[in-house]
Design a binder for this molecule. Structure first.
Ligand SMILES: [Zn+2]
Length: 233
C-alpha cells in the first residue's frame, strides 16, 4: 500500500469500532490537494482504479467525519476509520468494480483486525445527514453486505415488526432524528437509492436533503422496518 501522509490528525480517546465510507468529487490528485487546503484527512483514499493510499495511521484520530452522530454517540472521528473513494460523479454513477473490490478487501481486513461489527460500517451521510451526501446513492450497499460489510435487508421481514412510528424506527437504527427530513433522506439514499434523483455536485455539497420528500410512503415504511429488523438481530 502506498503512503501519502497528511498531517491532519491527533490522538484518539476511544477504541476503533466503526468505518465511515466517504466519497470526494475529484480525481486522486485534486482530492489530496483539497484535503490539504481544507486541513482534513481520511485514513485511506482509494482511487478510481482501485489503488489504496494510506494518509493517517489507524491508531491516530484523522479528521474526516466532522460533526457526527450515531446511536447516541457524537464526535465519531475518535472511534472510526475514514475511507475516501475518488468519484467524479460524487457517487451518482456506478462505482468502478476495481475500486469497490479494493474497498471490500480493505474493510474486511480492518473489520477482522479491530473486531468491527458489520452494522457499524456506515456512510458519511448516515452519521451527518444534514451536511453530507457521500458516498452517494450509487454506492453498492447490497453487494457490500454480501461480503459481510454493512447491513442489507429482506422485505419479507417487514411483517415481523409491529412498530409503526418512523421516528422511533430511524432513531433505533442509529440516525440523529433531530432533523427528521435529513435523517429520512439519508436512510433513503443508503437503502432506497433508486428514489434519489440526480443532482448537481454543488447542491449535494450544500444541502444534501430536500424539504419535501416524495417517495411511496408504504414502500419506505416496509424497507425501514426490514432494516430495523436486521439491526436487532
Ligand atoms: Zn465524507
Amino acid at each position: 500500500m502506498k503512503q501519502i501522509p497528511l498531517p491532519y490528525f491527533d490522538e484518539r480517546n476511544a477504541k476503533i469500532d466503526m468505518i465511515v465510507v466517504h466519497a470526494v468529487a475529484h480525481s486522486f490528485k485534486d482530492a489530496v490537494d483539497g484535503f490539504k487546503s481544507h486541513e482534513v484527512s481520511p485514513h485511506y483514499i482509494i482511487d478510481e482504479k482501485g489503488k489504496i493510499y494510506q494518509c493517517v495511521a489507524d491508531d491516530k484520530r484523522a479528521w474526516h467525519a466532522g460533526v457526527s452522530f450515531w446511536r447516541g454517540q457524537e464526535n465519531l472521528n475518535h472511534n472510526s476509520i475514514g475511507i475516501e473513494l475518488c468519484s467524479e460523479s460524487f457517487g451518482q454513477k456506478k462505482y468502478p468494480f476495481s475500486q469497490i473490490s479494493a474497498l471490500i478487501r480493505l474493510c474486511q481486513h480492518l473489520k477482522r483486525k479491530y473486531h468491527i461489527k458489520k452494522e457499524r460500517i456506515l456512510a458519511h451521510s448516515d452519521i451527518a445527514p444534514t451536511r453530507k451526501a457521500d458516498p452517494g446513492k450509487a454506492f453498492p450497499w447490497a453487494y457490500f453486505a454480501k461480503h459481510g460489510l454493512g447491513v442489507w435487508y429482506d422485505v419479507k421481514n417487514t411483517q415481523k415488526v409491529n412498530l409503526k412510528d418512523e421516528k422511533t424506527l430511524l432513531g433505533d437504527i442509529g440516525y440523529d432524528i433531530s432533523n427528521f427530513n435529513a435523517a429520512k433522506w439519508a436512510f433513503i439514499r443508503h437503502f432506497m437509492g433508486k428514489y434519489v434523483p440526480d443532482d448537481t455536485i454543488k447542491n449535494l455539497e450544500e444541502k444534501p436533503y430536500p424539504d419535501k420528500i416524495n417517495i411511496p410512503q408504504d414502500e419506505f415504511l416496509k424497507v425501514l422496518k426490514a432494516v430495523w429488523f436486521e439491526i436487532q438481530k
